[in-house]
Design a protein around this ligand. Structure first.
Ligand code: ADP
Ligand code: MG
Length: 623
């Protein structure tokens, strides 16, 4: 990889009218000492929404909590393992979010989707881009080796080989000093919370209707009671009056179709798999690849319910180890034709120090189960059911591969003709190192040109220059930690975030920790990290609900995610395969925004991540 100067962004810092209005509103609230107090409105309404304030009544946090908890339980807005789940951590009411930034994030979805697809078109480029990171990070190394071991079989799998579904979530924060919407990261694996975020949007809308219509019933509370949500006399129109609440919700709360959209994307992949294989077998199943002891079960089960009820597609759940032990190349019993059918897997794992000793054993487990890479057209069966799509909600962290057996499970899918969501290449394309590479204008342009070419288009037809401009506009400064940048970051550690090649939250370094890490790590170790400009979102007060209990009001920051999906065959967008005549399935994999996730975390917390325990689920109230 040639050395490059750290990317500089070309974006303007001009604020849009709506952002200025939003900032002005916050300043006005600050003057009125509403921001940061226990009476801060999170989503103050515009004056023109106000028809009738709801009689100046306050409504209590407890009444709202009771309403939200009951609704969460009834709708499946739940978190935790089945035996001890509780309402998912959420806020009680939506958060103010600048409309222009939200709309920008939605508009960016097709370009972000093309970018994610572009970075996995050429695995040789990907391996080269990640070579230094792989030397420093055993997990990246293992992902690359197992991908490469599976590649020949994946490519050769008759019909259906090389089908990849990407379900993406591009995460953003609004940088308050510049007013810019900046990308935090682009998730290409296990982009979770689509289902729960959809339910949160609906819960918030219902809670606002409840609060508006029933302010009286909720009780008029003691002025000095800081558990009381704001009175309408504090902020005009909050909560909305019954007469105009529906209009206000329609105007300020964007529809969230993430649950339906992601399910439709998975259904599209299932249908494409059937078409390419020439089978409509009702016995094909989608497998959700999950962690043992999974805590985000309901987010997944809601998707599975939707797939079954709306699309008629059955879903089974399996861990990577279960897949390794029960994967077969055909429905019935079969004996692999070669004595070492998974020799490429064994060879790949032997090169990864952590798994060298158990490599042959893991390959043998697959062979004993009856799995032979490429046999029977690459078909994959799990406990007697043919797998159409493997949807990974696990496999993104080294913790998911405690032994070589889990790698065997991953390999069995990657080397088969089942649709991988994502393939190993697409997972690697979502790593922090690749994100940093793509912030370099030349690298970005080259990747997008490669993608246009794979789709049989010229750069012009593929809209490459437009994509380059709009993507760079959304990128913060991203750098490889080379000497110059390390010196800059060490001199001003509060202005940067140091990120390793990891997913799932809780891994980054900030402030003093960052300075310390930069001092102690060798240059080689830092090859597995990127330095990213720190984004500074505005704060606002929030009421959170954790384990069915309200927390004290606190200052919080928001992170917006936008979901999108694409279906590719050996890197090309699926063409000439109208999945449902331009309907729901085609739209789901068109790359456009499917829905959104708003996460809220304490302003004092550096990290995000609901699963990691830092954030709660929220919804945007656009201003
Ligand atoms: P992960 O793959 O672990 O989710 P992220 O890049 O999303 O990695 O970082 C985790 C969290 O750290 C984010 O949700 C966000 O809250 C915070 N974060 C990440 N990058 C930045 C940044 N550049 N500026 C400010 N906060 C950041
Ligand atoms: Mg993240």
């Amino acid at each position: 990889m040639h050395s490059r100067k750290c990317a500089t962004t070309t974006a303007t810092t001009t604020k849009t009218t709506s952002q200025i209005k939003w900032a002005a509103r916050r300043r006005a609230l600050q003057r009125r000492k509403l921001v940061g107090s226990t009476r801060t409105p999170r989503a103050a309404m515009n004056d023109d929404d106000v028809v009738e304030p709801s009689a100046g009544k306050a409504f209590s946090q407890q009444a709202m909590t009771d309403f939200c908890v009951a609704l969460a339980c009834r709708t499946g807005l739940l978190y935790g393992p089945p035996e001890q789940c509780t309402p998912a951590p959420t806020t009680l009411v939506p958060a103010a979010f600048p409309r222009a930034s939200y709309e920008r994030a939605v508009q960016l979805a097709p370009a972000m989707t093309r970018l994610a697809d572009a970075t996995c078109v050429d695995p040789a480029w990907l391996e080269q881009a990640l070579a230094a990171a792989a030397r420093a990070d055993v997990f990246t190394d293992a992902l690359i080796r197992v991908r490469s071991a599976a590649e020949p079989t994946r490519a050769a799998a008759a019909g259906g080989g090389g089908l990849t579904l990407g379900v993406y979530r591009s995460d953003y924060m609004v940088d308050e000093p510049t007013g810019r919407l900046l990308q935090v990261e682009l998730n290409t694996v296990a982009s979770s919370f689509g289902a729960l975020s959809t339910l949160v949007s609906r819960m918030h809308a219902a809670a606002l209707r409840f609060a508006s219509a029933d302010a009286e019933a909720c009780g008029t509370l003691d002025e000095t009671d800081d558990s009381v949500l704001p009175r309408t006399s504090d902020v005009e129109g909050w909560p909305p009056a019954p007469a105009n609440v529906d209009a206000a919700i329609t105007r300020h709360m964007p529809e969230n179709g993430a649950l339906e959209g992601i399910a439709a994307a998975l259904a599209a992949a299932h249908v494409a798999h059937g078409r390419i294989r020439g089978t409509e077998s009702a016995r094909r199943h989608i497998v959700f690849v999950v962690q043992p002891g999974e805590t985000n079960v309901h987010d997944q089960r809601l998707l599975a319910d939707r797939l079954w009820q709306h699309h008629g597609i059955p879903v089974i759940r399996a861990t990577l180890a279960q897949l390794a032990r029960h994967a077969k190349s055909s429905r019935g019993s079969s004996t692999p034709s070669s004595s070492v059918p998974c020799d490429r897997l064994a060879a790949a794992l032997r090169d990864v120090p952590d798994f060298a000793d158990t490599a042959d054993g893991a390959a043998k487990i697959l062979a004993d189960a009856g799995y032979e890479p490429g046999a029977n057209g690459g078909r994959l069966f799990y406990r007697g059911r043919e797998i159409s799509v493997a949807y990974f909600r696990a496999g993104y962290t080294p913790n998911d591969y405690p032994t070589a057996v889990e790698w065997a499970g991953r390999y069995a899918i990657e080397a088969s003709s089942a649709v991988s969501c994502p393939s190993l290449a697409l997972q690697l394309a979502g790593t922090k190192k690749v994100q940093q590479d793509m912030a370099d204008t030349d690298e970005l342009r080259t990747a997008l040109e490669r993608k246009a070419k794979a789709d049989g288009k010229s750069a012009r037809e593929g809209g490459v220059e437009d994509d380059v401009a709009s993507l760079l506009d959304a990128f913060a400064e991203l750098c490889a930690p080379n000497t110059d940048v390390v010196a800059r970051a060490a001199a001003d550690p509060q202005a940067w975030v140091l990120k390793p090649q990891r997913e799932g939250g809780g891994n980054n370094f900030y402030g003093d920790g960052l300075a310390e890490k930069l001092k102690s790590a060798t240059a080689e170790e830092l090859d597995a990290y990127i330095l990213m400009e720190r984004i500074r979102p505005a704060s606002q007060a929030s009421w959170m609900l954790r384990s069915a209990r309200p927390t004290r009001v606190q200052e919080t920051l928001q992170e917006l995610g936008v979901y999108s999906a694409s279906l590719t065959y050996d890197g090309q967008a699926i063409k000439d395969m109208t999945l449902d005549g331009g309907g729901e399935l085609d739209r789901a994999v068109s790359g456009s925004a499917l829905g959104h996730l708003l996460r809220t975390k304490a302003a004092t917390s550096d990290e995000g991540g609901v699963a990691a325990g830092f954030s709660v689920l929220d919804s945007p109230w656009l201003e």
